[in-house]
Design a protein around this ligand. Structure first.
Ligand code: NDP
Length: 282
């Protein structure tokens, strides 16, 4: 995998990457920012902000991007989890407790990312919940939570970090959708609505933000994570857990795809990537 080693303290680029043009643009920004902010750290690579970094796909993505030379800002509510991951990843990893339904917390997180790391080059909107079950009033709290976290949470996180992504002239926005963003089944209607929403919003942003920000939608099929733990409808939870257990791929499989997309030359974008387990029929 390509590596972006970053800048030394004298502003000299040391890289191993197949897109020198992009790295040069990052370097230019870093040096300019250093002149603006004494707290800017120019000793490491580009900065990736990952929501939902406390488990599953988010944690695996943090590890993959850190291995590729990114500094990573880990956002989630379970601060003990993200702090342990930051400790594991070492210098360049920062844990920031934030609920994506709380705009003030996201604004505070963005201020920390700017102040401590110089700003976000990559934003991975990954935080999500999948509260499946038969449609009806018993699950209305689940519906609100899915819309507020999966859809409004991603939208709010993006508008809060947008200036940072644009300031670089070379930002990446990675939105974690789902196969449920392309298909719908009984019991997943509101979850699918949030992911279809992510897809429509992402396509609009792709057109609006190019060429400064590349927009990539990732649509995983079944991945073995904690996602099914929170399903409140008992029979649906049991059936979904069995379905996932039988064929799920690993969070690292999705993280590798994200790292690959981010490392492409700036002249191209992987706009939409559907990743099913080989054995998943639909
Ligand atoms: P996990 O349950 O392991 O991870 C979900 C993450 O979202 C956790 O880190 C959790 O952190 C975070 N999160 C939930 N609510 C909030 C909130 N209000 N504020 C901030 N963070 C929150 O599941 P996955 O890794 O599987 O899910 C990641 C993404 O992948 C989701 O968007 C999901 O829809 C999507 N996806 C997953 C698939 C799968 O089969 N696993 C398939 C298709 C898509 P914390 O609780 O600490 O706040």
């Amino acid at each position: 995998m390509a590596r972006i080693a970053g800048l030394d303290t004298g502003g000299t680029l040391f890289v191993d990457h197949h897109d020198p043009e992009w790295v040069t643009r990052l370097a230019t920004r870093r040096v300019a920012d250093q002149e603006d902010s004494m707290s800017m750290d120019t000793t490491h690579g580009p900065v990736a902000v990952i929501t939902g970094a406390s488990s599953g796909i988010g944690a695996a993505t943090a590890r993959a991007l850190a291995a590729d030379g990114h500094r990573v800002a880990l956002l989630a509510r379970r601060v003990d989890r993200i702090q342990a991951l930051a400790d594991e990843l070492g210098d360049g990893a920062t844990a920031i407790g934030a609920d994506v339904t709380d705009r003030d917390a996201l604004v505070a997180a963005a201020q920390r990312v700017h102040g401590e790391l110089g700003g976000a080059d990559v934003l991975v909107n990954n935080a999500g919940v999948m509260l499946l079950g038969p449609f009806g009033p018993e699950q209305r709290a689940d519906y609100r939570q899915m819309i507020e976290v999966n859809l409004l949470g991603a939208i709010t996180t993006t508008e809060v970090f947008l200036d940072q992504l644009r300031a670089n002239g070379g930002g990446d926005l990675i939105n974690i959708s789902s196969i449920a963003g392309r298909t719908a089944r009984p019991t997943n209607g509101v979850y699918a609505a949030t992911k279809w929403g992510i897809n429509g919003w992402s396509e609009s942003l792709r057109q609006e933000l190019q060429p400064d920000v590349r927009v990539t939608v990732i649509e995983p099929g079944a991945v073995g994570t904690e996602l099914t733990d929170h399903i409140t409808h008992a029979a649906t939870k049991e059936a979904t857990e069995q379905f996932v257990k039988d064929l799920a791929i690993h969070p690292e499989d999705i993280a590798d795809v994200i790292a690959f997309a981010v490392s492409r030359p700036r002249r191209m974008t992987l706009n939409e990537i559907l990743v099913r387990p080989t054995a998943q029929p639909g």
